[in-house]
Design a protein around this ligand. Structure first.
Ligand code: RNT
Ligand code: ZN
Length: 422
């Protein structure tokens, strides 16, 4: 599509939205101000760069597929992420896992990692002008094989993981300081049981104690923030998960940390969008792990579905940018990994644009008047307004390929770079 066509379509859309009192130029400025935090682990199937070469093991999370071209080193992953960032409008950060350090072929155990192992990423982030977030890695490791980490009955194992998470927090604070941007450190652990537990309380108390010890060291908020990610179940922890949503929500509110909502970590009919306004008045902030569970927490690529649209609408309506952090978390190795990133990221940004283009004040008035017929009618009619024209214009202005066009660029990269990795 040429500039003239893009601009004409946009002009018409602009007029259309103007009638609802929405200024599309203001909306696009708002859209640009949202910065996502992109998970690094879609690029190599949650493998990481530890020695001996690790692959995703344990923890009850799974990657399916063997699409060629996965990143085998930090430089390949960075190259891929640069490609992804070039196909997505806006400025977005990267969320690292502790297993993605620059270990230079040496075996560095998880309780020995330091900021030095992440300097390469920090320097890269500086040249890219982006921020970094961080995650401790409590899976794919011999000491996680029993299915218990911070709540292991084995004191040595428990201490090992406590030390790992302490180091990760320290690294996060140093990353945040160097990049002058708060680095969110997310804690997720796989601990749980396949079958019916006897002592539910014991492990929860152990987790509370472990977290108390881990979080005892305080870091400046402007450099690092702690977040806790609960879960409903995992493969191998179907009957009991120590760190559930309720556990972490209570802990987070009491201890003033952030809470992570992973979209795949709830009962399939629960609305995550609805949780935002229920929790926000009491919590320091909410981190999202946007994902798509198909029948279970399958971590499918995010698409533009009702769930994502509703979450973005709530984020926009709650208008608490200092308390909302949007991260991503999916992994699919059955399709091109660059495409897996770009499809999901563009879907999230489109959902955000759709949310920003809704006449919320008008809709609120109708609701207050009690005219629910009109409310429902309008919500339906608003589904087919010319969002695509505004999105195309935005991509063009941001020097990013339009819909239908980015695929060529991704395919060329596959041919020139990914397929040569074999
Ligand atoms: C697992 C959690 C967690 C992981 C990443 C790799 O169910 O969602 O966030 O996906 O840490
Ligand atoms: Zn997650």
């Amino acid at each position: 599509m040429n500039d003239e066509k893009i601009n004409n379509a946009y002009d018409q859309a602009q007029e259309f939205f103007e009638e609802f009192g929405i200024n599309t130029a203001t909306v696009l400025k708002q859209l640009q101000s949202y910065s996502l935090s992109i998970h690094c682990w879609q690029g190599d199937d949650v493998g990481g760069f530890e020695t001996p070469e690790a692959e995703l093991k344990g923890g009850g999370i799974q990657v399916t597929g063997r699409y060629p071209g996965k990143a085998r080193s930090i430089s390949e992953l960075q190259q891929d992420l640069e490609k992804v960032l070039s196909l997505v409008p806006g400025k977005h950060g990267i969320s690292l896992h502790a297993s993605y350090g620059d270990f230079k072929g040496k075996r560095v155990d998880r309780d020995q990692i330091t900021i030095d192992h992440f300097q390469n990423w920090i320097d890269w982030a500086k040249t890219m002008g982006i921020h970094l977030d961080f995650n401790c890695t409590l899976f794919s490791h011999p000491k996680a094989e029993s299915g218990f980490t911070l709540t292991s009955n084995d004191k040595e194992i428990r201490t090992f993981w406590i030390n790992h998470v302490k180091r990760c927090r320290e690294i996060s604070a140093k990353i945040g300081k160097q990049l002058n941007h708060a680095c969110i450190h997310n804690i997720w652990i796989p601990d749980g049981m396949k079958d019916i537990p006897i002592d539910r309380m014991k492990y929860r108390m152990m987790l509370k104690d472990a977290l108390d010890e881990i979080l005892a060291e305080k870091y400046p908020k402007q450099y690092m923030r702690d977040s806790l990610e609960g879960k409903l179940f995992g493969i191998g922890s179907e009957s009991y998960v120590v760190g559930t949503h309720d556990f972490y929500l209570s802990y987070a509110i009491t201890n003033k940390t952030l809470i992570t909502f992973d979209i795949g970590h709830y009962h399939p009919t629960e609305s995550i969008a609805d949780k935002i306004s229920a929790v926000l008045p009491f919590i320091e902030g909410i981190v999202f792990h946007l994902s798509r569970g198909v029948r279970w927490d399958s971590d499918h690529v995010v698409i533009l579905n009702d769930e994502i649209i509703q979450i973005m609408e709530e984020i926009v309506k709650c208008n608490a940018p200092d308390k909302i952090f949007v991260c991503t978390d999916w992994f699919d190795a059955s399709i091109n990994r660059i495409a897996a990133y770009v499809i999901g990221l563009r879907a999230i940004l489109k959902a955000l644009l759709m949310a920003l283009l809704k006449p919320w004040d008008h809709l609120r008035e109708i609701e207050e008047e009690g005219d629910y017929t009109r409310r429902l009618a309008l919500l339906e009619d608003l589904k087919t307004v010319p969002i695509g024209a505004v999105w195309n214009y935005y991509c063009n202005e941001m020097h990013v390929p339009l819909d239908f066009e980015w695929i060529q660029s991704m395919k060329k990269y596959e041919k020139d770079v990914l397929l040569k990795r074999r």
